[in-house]
Structure formats: structure tokens, C-alpha cells
Design a protein around this ligand. Structure first.
Ligand code: ZN
Length: 552
């Protein structure tokens, strides 16, 4: 970006602020210039090798892209209201407009939804999925007689008399759902894989009646499809008020057949790895599923909620618990997106913070393995508390998911070490995984430990560092891993977490978060330097048919 453009947009931002009230003026003049916010996102072209696909399957890919594009206007409605109203807030400033697009609204998803347009108030906790003037109490009272208010697949709106009512998604978004369904049905006719065609048909039906379970079952039943698509109302992250409402999103995916075969091989080791977990026997008595369904894909399109703020690099679906109980879940590793984050973010962070003589141990293969085994590691460990009173998730409440993510990180490293020791992993070394993991921790805690996941990453960092797994050279400000100490510390942390989980020890987890979930001052100083280096925080995409099929 040229310097002249930066200056121009800074001037535009000041002009925009001048039009607003006094109180907002002082808040906004401190805000970073809008272009620097946009520049936090490195741009990546989403492509994939499609040469193994038949002409019909290539046409399927095109149709799926057109189908998931229908999720964009829907998510705008769910999160903000209309896209054009949101973009008008930019007042003609190009950088502001772009940042509103990236965030699907005027709130910064990388900064805890802080408003970045002067005059815009805080983001409503329920986004636009509930009336903005509704209180939790009003909702609970109304939901007692109308359970549909809590449905995943309804918008909550006010009726003419002011009472709360619901609009089913397939009605609220009839036009988009029908358009997407038509594309899915067209794709079903062309698909080379009959099971995929069945899924597409059922998913099209689901979009027209809000009944997704049959399509989720069909999705789990298909195994050999070279193409995949995730489409519809899926995750409930956008509903910070109650977590009831699913947001619309879409991914179009090309399966990496080689990687997927390699991944499938490791599933056989899971029972053994569970038995070998470095914790007392009662905490590893459960039997892990051996039918872990883990595959690698190139993602060629992100739509709706998936294309906002920080981008997902691994998907674990479906969320329907009945389908999970019967079929398990499928984990999808988004290889090209992982590589993009590695190249654009991890490599420069490692350059800045990892000791020069260990830099060669930071590599994409190790990063991909760490990501992949994180997913597998969710299947190991303990799901129900030892007192027999319920699940770990229930006992640990709002800290449950952060601790489970932390567990997956360290148990994933434990698994990789085991597989190297057995000669099942070759081509790299555990040193690569450890060093790359450390660089990954810097990436994760770079933006502080404000939320539960940030705290969990800090606990990992502090716990490992306290045990000598790595140390900072005060002269250079760079960190070196002590590989032997790292192995021991990873095992000790795994044992600590598994025990907290098995004991359902809510107080213990809270204490750990309070004590170790903080960024040490010397680390904060190093992390602050990263912003000065202009290292991106996340990625945005050039994507679509013209990117994927440049011969058009
Ligand atoms: Zn995870």
C-alpha cells in the first residue's frame, strides 16, 4: 500500500470522526488508521489442483460455489441487517468499506468486537438474531410457553403486538435457501459419487424445511467423495446471548486423497495411544473411538460466517448430538488454508522469536501434523467425570472448551512423539513439532489472554516454560526449546489437564487459569514488536470461479 493512500485514508477517517459527537471523537482519534486494520489480513488466492476431476465434477465444484455464495446475504442479515446499510457506514472511505466487508459489520472480530466506525455502539450480544431491545428475562419468560424461540433454526422477532415470535430460517431466507437448494440438486445430477449425490439432495431438502438431521447422517455415510460441501446454518458462535441460533456459512472442499489415506492409517493406533497416556489409569479407562474420520482438503470457497474475521483451518462436524452418538464426527483439515497461515503468519513470527539455530525446525509439515493430531487428540482422554455425575463438559462449564482445546494441543504432541518413537512417522523429527508448536503458541497468544482460549494457550506456555521446556535469551529476545525437557513437560501438562477433567475440578481449572493464564511482561514486550514488523494477524481470500478456473 502506498504511503499516499495511507495518509489519504487517515484524513478520511478524521473527517468522518469530525462529523460525530464529542465523546466518540476522543475515542476514535486513538483508533489505528483504517488501512492498517485492513492490512492485518494477508490476501491469499484459494486454488487447488483439479486435474484429477472429471469435467462433470468440475461443473459440480462451480455449482457448489454458487450454492454457498447464497450464505453471504443470509449471514449479513443474521449478524447485522442488510449489507448495503453496513457498507454505507463507511461513508465512501474505501478502507473502512473493506474492513466492514471483512468483519460482516462495523465491529472488529479480531478485537473482541470493538466498534471501528465512529458513532457505532457496542455489538448486540445476540447479533441480529434477536430484537435488539429484548432482555434475557423477557426471552426466558416467553420461551417457557414457546420452545421454538430456542430453536437453532429460527430468527426471533417482534410480532405486531410487540410480543416475541419466531420466523423459521427456511421462511426468513426462502429466496436464498431455494436458490442454494436448486444448485445443490443440479450438482447432485452431475456428481460422480452417488453417496455425495444423496447428501446433496438431502441437504437441498433440509434448506427448504429446516430439518438437517437426515442430511447430516448422509454426510457421515459418504466416504469416497472427491468433493465436499458444508452449507447451511451450522455454528452458534454468533449468538453470544444464548448460543441457540445457528449462523449460515459454507465451504467448498476438494479432498486430498493421499493425505487422507495417510491420516486413516493412524486411527488404528488410537486404543494403544489411549492406554499409553501419561496419567493414572483411572483417567484413561474410557475407550476411544477407532473410526475417527479425519481427512485433508483444499478449501476453494469460504462463505457467510466462515468468511468473517479469523478464518477456520479445521472443521469438526456435524454438531447434531444424535448423529454424533450414532456416527461420530468428521474432522476436515483445510490444508491450503493451513499452509497460507503458516507462510504468511507463522514464518515471520518464528523469524522474530525463535532462536536462529532452531529456525530450521519450524516447518509446514510439522505445523500440519500438530494441527491434525490436535484434532485426533480430542478423541483421547476422558469425557465423563470419575464421580459418575456427568460429563467433563458439564462439570467444567464455561472453562470446559478452553481446557479441552489445551488438552488436544498437548495430547496431540504426545501422540506425535509416540508415533516417531515407533517409527510410524518419518521424514521429520519431533524437534520440528516442538519448535513449530512453540512458534504456534506465539501466534495464538499474540493478541493476549483475554478470552478462555487465549488463557488456555498462556497456561500451556507458562507451564512448559516453568518446566524448562524453553527459555528466552535476554540478549536476542529469542526463544530456544530444550527438547528433552519439552517432552517431559508435555507429558506433565497432559497429566494435569486429564486429571482436572476426570475430577471435574471446576475450582482447580479456575485457579489454574487465574495463576497461569496471564502473559508475562517479557513475552508481552516481544509480542508487541510483532505488530511493529507488520506481520499479518489473519487471512482474507481471493476466491471463486474466476480464481479456480482462470481459463474462463
Ligand atoms: Zn480443537
Amino acid at each position: 500500500m502506498s504511503r499516499i493512500f495511507r495518509v489519504a485514508s487517515a484524513v478520511a477517517a478524521i473527517v468522518a470522526v469530525a462529523a460525530c459527537s464529542q465523546t466518540e471523537k476522543s475515542a476514535s482519534t486513538n483508533a489505528p488508521a483504517m488501512q492498517s486494520l485492513v492490512d492485518q489480513y494477508a490476501t491469499v488466492r484459494l486454488t487447488s489442483d483439479l486435474s484429477h476431476l472429471s469435467d462433470n465434477d468440475k461443473q459440480v465444484v462451480r455449482l457448489l460455489i454458487e450454492a454457498v455464495q447464497q450464505m453471504d446475504p443470509i449471514f449479513w442479515e443474521e449478524t447485522y441487517g442488510s449489507e448495503s446499510d453496513a457498507l454505507a457506514l463507511a461513508n465512501g472511505d474505501e478502507a473502512t468499506r473493506r474492513y466492514i466487508e471483512i468483519n460482516f459489520g462495523p465491529w472488529d472480530r479480531l478485537r473482541d468486537n470493538e466498534p471501528f466506525v465512529a458513532g457505532v455502539g457496542p455489538k448486540p450480544a445476540g447479533a441480529n438474531q434477536y430484537p435488539k431491545d429484548m432482555t434475557k428475562e423477557e426471552f426466558e419468560a416467553a420461551a417457557a410457553s414457546n420452545p421454538d424461540l430456542k430453536s437453532l433454526y429460527t430468527l426471533v422477532r417482534r410480532a405486531d403486538d410487540g410480543s416475541l415470535t419466531t420466523v423459521p430460517y427456511h421462511v426468513a431466507f426462502a429466496e436464498e435457501h431455494q436458490a442454494a437448494a436448486a444448485k445443490l440438486r443440479e450438482a447432485a445430477k452431475l456428481s460422480s459419487d452417488p453417496d455425495f449425490a444423496t447428501y446433496l439432495e438431502l441437504r437441498a431438502d433440509a434448506l427448504q424445511n429446516d430439518e438437517y438431521q437426515a442430511s447430516d447422517f448422509a454426510w457421515m455415510d459418504m466416504k469416497n467423495n472427491p468433493i465436499d460441501v458444508v452449507i447451511g446454518p451450522i455454528e452458534t458462535y454468533e449468538d453470544q446471548l444464548f448460543g441457540y441460533k445457528a449462523g449460515h456459512e459454507g465451504y467448498v472442499l476438494i479432498k486430498d486423497q493421499d493425505w487422507s489415506a495417510r491420516l486413516a492409517r493412524f486411527a488404528a493406533f488410537l486404543p494403544d495411544l489411549q492406554k499409553g497416556l501419561p496419567v493414572d489409569p483411572q483417567y484413561k479407562a474410557e475407550t476411544p473411538g477407532t473410526d475417527a474420520d479425519l481427512n485433508a482438503y483444499d478449501v476453494v470457497y469460504y462463505a457467510g460466517e466462515a468468511n468473517t474475521g479469523g478464518k477456520t483451518i479445521a472443521i469438526n462436524l456435524p454438531n447434531d448430538e444424535e448423529v454424533q452418538l450414532e456416527k461420530g464426527t468428521r474432522r476436515l483439515e483445510l490444508e491450503n488454508a493451513i499452509r497460507a497461515k503458516f507462510d504468511k503468519i507463522m514464518v515471520p513470527i518464528a523469524d522474530a522469536l525463535v532462536a536462529d539455530d532452531q529456525l530450521s525446525h519450524v516447518g509446514f509439515d510439522a505445523f500440519f501434523q500438530n494441527t491434525m493430531f490436535h484434532e485426533v487428540a480430542h478423541g483421547l482422554g476422558i469425557k465423563n467425570t470419575l464421580d459418575g455425575k456427568g460429563t467433563v463438559r458439564e462439570a467444567l462449564k464455561e472453562n470446559a472448551s478452553a481446557l479441552e482445546e489445551e488438552k488436544a494441543d498437548v495430547v496431540g504432541l504426545y501422540m506425535i512423539k509416540q508415533l516417531y518413537d515407533r517409527g510410524e512417522l518419518t521424514g521429520g523429527s519431533i524437534e520440528d513439532n516442538y519448535t513449530t508448536f512453540l512458534a504456534g503458541l506465539f501466534r495464538s497468544v499474540r493478541f493476549g489472554a483475554a478470552d478462555a482460549h487465549g488463557k488456555a494457550n498462556m497456561i500451556t506456555f507458562n507451564f512448559l516454560r516453568d518446566r524448562g521446556a524453553f527459555a528466552r535469551d535476554d540478549a536476542t529476545g529469542k526463544y530456544s526449546v530444550d527438547y528433552a525437557a519439552m517432552g517431559d513437560a508435555v507429558n506433565a501438562l497432559a497429566a494435569t489437564i486429564l486429571k482436572l477433567q476426570g475430577d471435574g475440578d471446576y475450582a482447580g481449572v479456575s485457579q489454574l487459569m487465574a495463576e497461569k493464564g496471564v502473559v508475562p511482561a517479557d513475552l508481552q514486550a516481544e509480542l508487541d514488536k510483532l505488530d511493529g514488523l507488520g506481520i499479518p494477524r489473519d487471512i482474507v481470500f481471493e476466491q471463486g470461479e474466476s480464481v479456480l478456473f482462470p481459463e474462463d
